[in-house]
Design a protein around this ligand. Structure first.
Ligand SMILES: [Zn+2]
Length: 287
């Protein structure tokens, strides 16, 4: 089964490319929302005997001319031991194969952008080379990260250290490929950061704009599309949930107003759709 899907935003060619899937505790994904309410949304048949639910790892490729931008890089192949078995159980590490199927080799990628540096969003930033050394996966790319997010990743606390791994970032910095940016920085023509703090203090979605069309790669502003329909549904992972609420309200207004193509990283593949008003209710309509 192919794990990439094609879209356009104006002149930009968009591919949603899956690194695979993992499973997370459903209660954690839905925060204060009782299981009574989220279970019918997820579907009982999708919940395993450990109350875990499937989480997609939908990365985005944006192509325009010779530019190739990869947004978020999934879980990668470096996790082992307790992280692989307990924290992030799943079947993943497929991003490079999917890129190759699209005719994209590692050396073709000109830019990488991470919405944030949690382990499920930057795993393929780096990889083991033949000698076992961890090196940047995309040797010709500039890697764009919000400066504040880099600070969070490198100054962890008891709560955050379980998901920030130096091996996903430091080899990139050592190779001189890391671009620390602030706010609404442009990454390539038509693609820029859209700060959406809350999940982390400097979390940023990716805004696509071309020929009057809009696309938004959400990152972890939402962990499931229903959290766009219902802004108060916020994951327990968010370090600043009330900030998430404000970010999400602004995002939802814009998504509806501009009929934006939304790419939701953790929805079932491909996680793409638009938020539309149906009978006064905001509804995520998949594409
Ligand atoms: Zn995530």
């Amino acid at each position: 089964m192919s794990r990439s899907a094609q879209y356009t935003v104006g002149e930009l060619e968009i591919s949603v490319v899956s690194d695979g899937e993992f499973r997370l505790d459903g209660g954690a994904v839905f925060g204060i929302i009782p299981r009574l309410m989220w279970e019918p949304v997820v579907g009982r048949e999708n919940i395993d005997d450990q109350y875990r639910i499937p989480m997609g790892l939908n990365c985005m490729v944006v192509r325009h001319g010779s530019e190739v931008l990869v947004v978020d890089t999934g879980m990668g192949t470096k996790l082992t031991g307790v992280h692989r078995e307990r924290t992030f159980p799943g079947d993943y590490g497929h991003l490079l194969d999917e890129l190759a199927a699209l005719g994209i080799e590692r050396g073709d990628v000109t830019a990488v952008a991470n919405t944030h540096l949690h382990a499920d969003h930057c795993g393929w930033n780096t990889m083991h080379d033949a000698s076992g050394k961890v090196v940047p996966t995309f040797p010709n790319a500039r890697y764009f990260v919000q400066r504040g997010e880099y600070e969070s990743a490198t100054h962890t606390n008891e709560r955050t250290r379980g998901t920030y791994f130096a091996e996903n970032v430091e080899p990139v910095k050592a190779a001189g490929l890391l671009e620390l940016v602030e706010g609404e920085t442009q990454i390539m023509r038509g693609a820029a950061f859209l700060p959406t703090p809350g999940h982390t203090p400097d979390h940023a979605s990716i805004l696509l704009q071309s020929n009057g069309e809009t696309g938004i790669y959400t990152g972890d502003l939402v962990h499931h599309a229903v959290q766009a329909e219902r802004p108060v549904w916020i994951a327990a992972f968010d370090v600043l949930p009330l900030v998430t609420l404000e970010s999400k309200k602004a995002f939802v207004e814009r998504a509806v107003r501009e009929n934006a193509l939304l790419i939701c990283v953790h929805n079932a593949f491909p996680g793409v759709g638009r938020l539309t008003e149906l009978d006064g209710k905001r509804t995520f309509v998949a594409e």
